[in-house]
Design a protein. Structure first.
Length: 121
């Protein structure tokens, strides 16, 4: 899994394992990686028997099999924030942010396993 003290996927994974009472059993046996893609590669290459990654990442790796999913209430909500910074405020930036909230982007998000902006999941 990704680094449990530094990478969001690792932080969420550790929170889920703690919530489920499993952290103490597995903490000493983890291979922590720099990011979720590296964790997925370890499993895909057979270098690790199992991994903890986002469902959207596992869906893009046909060589791995999903064994289960953490309950949504076992970890903090997974969010991908988007904002316009003061120095980047422009008509183009505003149009892009509006696009992300629109139906076309929503269709792409759903097709790839993501929730819609503002829907909480």
């Amino acid at each position: 899994m990704a680094l449990v003290d530094a990478v969001p996927a690792g932080i969420y994974g550790k929170a889920a394992l703690v919530s489920l009472g499993l952290w103490e059993q597995v903490a000493g046996r983890l291979a922590q990686t720099s990011d979720v893609q590296a964790a997925l590669r370890l499993v895909a290459l057979g270098e690790a028997p199992m991994g903890i990654v986002y469902a959207t990442d596992s869906a893009a790796a046909p060589e791995v099999r999903v064994l289960g999913a953490f309950p949504e209430d076992s970890h903090p909500p997974i969010r991908y924030p988007a904002a316009i910074l003061a120095e980047g405020d422009s008509a183009g930036a505003r149009a892009f942010l509006a696009y992300l909230h629109g139906a076309a982007a929503g269709e792409v998000f759903r097709r790839h396993g993501f929730g819609l902006p503002g829907d909480g999941g």
